[in-house]
Design a protein around this ligand. Sequence first.
Ligand code: FE2
Length: 415
Amino acid sequence: MKREKYLLLVPIIALFFLIKTYSSISLFDFGPLFIFTTLALLAELLPVKLPNDAEVTVGFAVYIGSILVLGYEASVWVAFISAFLSQIKHKVSGNPFFKKSFNIGLYILMVGSSGYVYKKLGGIPSNINLYKDFFRFIVLVITYFLINVGLMVFALKILYGKSIRNIFKATFIETLPSYIALAPLGILLAVIYINIGALGLILFLIPLLIARHSFKLYMDMKKVYLETIQALASAIEAKDPYTKGHSERVAKLAVAIAEELKMDNDLISNLHYAALLHDIGKIGIPEPILNKPCKLSEEEFEKIKVHPELGANIVKKVDFLLQASFFIRYHHERLSGSGYPEGLKGEEIPLGAQIIAVADVFDALTTDRPYRKAMTVEEALMEIEQASGVDFRPDVVRALKRVLEKEKSGGYVAR
Ligand SMILES: [Fe+2]
């Protein structure tokens, strides 16, 4: 991509910081420089994966610590060396030279400019007072944060050309919590180093590394859960080829609706599991009935009606799927009480089950089935809107409509 070359602006500006601080490097004590560079490198090489595929590192805390202990000049070099070495292992798509140079430049500019501002405000390296320096700390962190967000927006705009406002909002919201959490850690690192020395830092970092390890295990376990569930979901689809990809699509749409309804994260992940597995009970239904190309007889339909309960019973044996099992059990219930298996009415039906119901019906209507052709998105939405308040909760139907509108304008992609 030609536009990628503009990314080089960042390392070019960063080069000025390196040249400007180069002369002071002979004055540095190489010991602390080495320690902070190693710490920063370790932090960058040991990121923690979050469920949404994002990664967090504690690099920011190390750089803040470095600025407070070594001052801005040495920290520019800490940033340069650690970013340079961590980029060697870093995998990037597209042209690696532009992107890697940008990444290295980004670290130098974040550390250099925030450290420079801190110095200009009267901050003295290795001499910090938590009360007197409080204002300087805040300015230091805010400068670092704004340079980070600003340059990320610049890079994303160049690479993907999306609207600056949207990128800014997403980057700002995504990065702010980790800054708030890690800024005190950076200050603490500096205080420990100044008062106890390198050994103090090691003692302090051991529990942090253990915490990271446990968190990673927890995240890996969640990933394994999800993969097991996906494998189970594909087992149903193997029996019923017409529903290929159905569970995945219903799960995506259900999660998008739940996000639109601002449900909390725990509930959304339970809903995700439930939606992936909503038809798992079909494993117990004879194949000739499942794949019958024409209308089912009453007797056959009675057999199909068992699948929500069957599915819920299979799933509830797994501890963490207990809540999901309720959503599965009631995903064919209808607001007016005409659904199955229990004929629940209105508020008796869990919200999660209603969301899956709407996503399920929408996906069924917009896919080819043996007995009819797929409807367009507009036709399917109209059909569901007609059943709003009778079969489906109006708030869920409205959320579906908003999700589809966003999809149309290039946001969420359900299929
Ligand atoms: Fe179902």
